[in-house]
Design a protein around this ligand. Sequence first.
Ligand code: FPP
Length: 239
Amino acid sequence: MSEKKSGAPKHVAIIMDGNGRWAQRRGKPRLYGHHAGARRVRQIVEACPDLGVSHLTIFAFSTENWKRTQTEVAGLMSLFRRYIQREARDLFDAGVRVRFIGDRIKLDEKLVALMDELELMTSGNDKLHLTVALNYGGRDEVARATRRLAHEVAAGRLDPAKVDEQTLARFLDTHVLPDPDLVIRTSGEARISNFLLWQSAYAEYEFIDTLWPDFTPEVFGQVVSRFGARDRRFGGVKV
Ligand code: FPP
C-alpha cells in the first residue's frame, strides 16, 4: 500500500441525481424534489471552503433534459431564475465566484441575463469557484469547441499542425478551470451521462446511493475525505 495521499480534491464535480425519485417516494410531483435539491445545493456550496474544495461544478440541466415533460422543463427553468435572484447576494457575500457552462442559445433571454449578471457581479471573488452546468452536454461542448477552432483555422489564425490537447482545451467552456479531481454521482446510478467527458479523463469517481436531496454536508465530507486516501497515478507507476 502506498503511503502517498491525495489530500483534499481541489475540484469536485457533482451529478445531482435522484430528485424525482425523492419526490415520488413522498407522493409529490417531481418539481417538489427539484426544490429540495436546490436547498441542498446551498448547503453543499457552503461546506466547500472548510473541506478544502476550491472549485465545485454542478450538473443542473443537461442537453438531454429537454426530453422531459414541458411542465418539468418549465418548472426547472423557473427554479433556476428564482434561485439566481434569491441567492445572488449571499453567494457574493460568501466570496463565491459563479460561472455557467453549457450552450446558452436555447435558454430564455431573462435567464441568460440573470446568469450574465451573476457572473459579472461575482467576478472579483475567489473563495470558491462555483460552476453551474446548464444546458450542458460533454459531446455538445466538444462539438462547439471544434466548430470555433475550425473557424480559427479557416481564418488562417491557427495552424492545423499545431492543434494539440491544450489547443482544444482552450476552446472548451471550462477553459479557465482546472480538471475535476473527483466526480460524484448521487442516487445509485453508475454512469456519467455526458458530464465533463474531456475534463474527467483522470478524475476519481464516487457513485453514492443517497438521493440528491438527502446528500447532506456530512455525507459530502465523508466522500471528500475518502478521496484523500486515494493513490492517484495519472497513468504512471507508483514511486
Ligand atoms: C436529476 O434528478 C436532477 C436534475 C435534472 C436537476 C438538477 C437540479 C437541481 C438539483 C435543482 C437546483 C439546481 C440549481 C443549480 C439551483 P432526476 O430528476 O433525474 O431524478 P430521478 O433520476 O430520481 O428522476
